[in-house]
Design a protein around this ligand. Structure first.
Ligand SMILES: Cc1cc2nc3c(=O)[nH]c(=O)nc-3n(C[C@H](O)[C@H](O)[C@H](O)COP(=O)(O)OP(=O)(O)OC[C@H]3O[C@@H](n4cnc5c(N)ncnc54)[C@H](O)[C@@H]3O)c2cc1C
Length: 351
């Protein structure tokens, strides 16, 4: 079986399928697993930033239980940050969790972290360009391996004839943001592709910053501003398992979806300047030792309640499935819930 996408949904699904006895290969265009649970490392200083989701909230009992299980395995830890005095508290005191040693650590753990678990294969730097099916109904996946230059549109079509093929696979499950799944689905399930194209994912600009840790520096680690342009300010170096650098504080500062949409086409340097200016009200006058901005074109879908049977798509005749956070109701919890649903339907198929 092949799972395309090594974000939280793909890794959860792959682990469930492997544990059920299937031979599983996971393909991802990035250099490692994580997707939007992402950790960026800046060298030579060794600074790390969780520049996707900064932490995971957990209210639903099943999701809390999953996180507690991963905590027992050392893959995540509870984080109880001190809140900024004028922050709102959207979680009503519910626990926050972070991956170890960074957010992407949870996905790495699901794939390879348990020594007694059935091994599975990760093909990183493998962008899947299309889904092809041979006369025997087996899937072949043309791929390109240049992680720095993913192909889209005409360039993708032009690369197809020469692209190496991975496979064959009896079953393929796509675990991708809807916009990226749609073009792969077009020839096989136009209805799923249409649904994917109608799904709105909101963008997010994320600022990675290092500031001085002077006597007037913030003594809190998390703020959810009541209004924009900032959505969250999270201090990265005080999360469990992160390295601290003396005299410095490491922050991830994210803009709201509305502000990010308005500034989607701006240069990263201009966005960094704007977010530094907005952060001044929270962090005070600081020396900014490092700033860099990352644009997430597809950050989060609108949260929704989804009944369990609608959290994944499965076509038994084709051996083709679809999952991911947008189908599962949004956020990391949605990604996990969608993967559970996909495992239940696709896991019953052959390997
Ligand atoms: C800035 C930001 C803030 C967030 N804040 C929160 C939060 O506070 N709380 C919360 O719960 N969630 C938050 N999220 C959302 C959360 O991170 C996601 O919901 C979750 O991680 C999505 O997991 P996924 O597996 O569905 O998708 P992804 O993580 O997007 O995984 C998809 C994977 O597919 C790969 N891929 C794409 N196309 C191809 C291809 N053609 N071939 C091969 N591989 C491909 C990608 O490289 C990626 O690794 C945030 C996300 C961002 C970006």
């Amino acid at each position: 079986m092949a799972v395309i996408g090594a974000g939280l949904a793909g890794c959860t699904l792959a682990r469930a399928l492997a544990d059920a006895g299937h031979d599983v290969t996971v393909l991802d265009k990035a250099r490692g697993p994580g997707g939007r649970l992402s950790t960026r490392r800046v060298e030579p200083q060794g600074w790390t930033f969780d520049h996707g989701a900064v932490a995971l909230g957990a209210r639903a009992p099943a999701w809390r239980q999953a996180l507690a299980g991963w905590a027992a395995q050392g893959a995540v830890a509870a984080w109880s940050p001190r809140l900024a005095p004028d922050s709102v508290q959207p979680l009503d005191g519910a626990a926050l969790w972070v991956g170890l040693p960074g957010m992407a650590g949870l996905c790495r753990h699901l794939l390879h972290g348990q020594t007694d678990a059935r091994p599975l294969e990760l093909l990183a730097r493998h962008q899947v360009l299309a889904l092809e099916r041979d006369a025997d109904g087996r899937w072949w996946l043309p791929v390109q391996r240049d992680e720095a230059a993913p192909l889209d549109g005409e360039a993708r079509a032009a690369a197809l004839p020469q692209a190496p093929r991975c496979g064959p696979y009896d079953t393929v499950v796509l675990s991708l943001p809807p916009a990226q799944a749609a073009s792969l689905l077009d020839p096989w399930r136009a209805d799923w592709a249409h649904e994917a194209r109608s799904t709105v994912l909101r963008p997010a600009w994320s600022l990675m910053a290092v500031v001085d840790d002077g006597p007037d520096a913030p003594d809190w680690a998390l703020a959810w501003p009541a209004d924009g342009p900032l959505a969250v300010l999270a201090r990265d170096d005080v999360k469990p398992g992160r390295a601290m650098h003396p005299g410095q504080q490491r922050w991830v500062i994210q803009a709201t979806a509305d502000w990010s949409a308005q500034h989607l086409a701006d240069r990263p340097e201009a966005v960094a300047d704007a977010l530094v200016a907005a952060a001044g009200r929270w962090l005070g006058p600081r020396r900014w030792l490092h700033t860099s901005a990352h644009r997430w074109a597809y950050a989060t879908s609108v949260r929704a309640m989804v009944s369990p049977e609608r959290r994944a798509r499965w076509d038994a005749a084709l051996g083709l499935g679809l999952c991911g956070e947008a189908l599962g109701g949004g956020g990391a919890e949605g990604a996990w819930a969608s993967a559970q649903a996909a495992a239940a339907v696709s896991g019953a198929a052959g390997s």
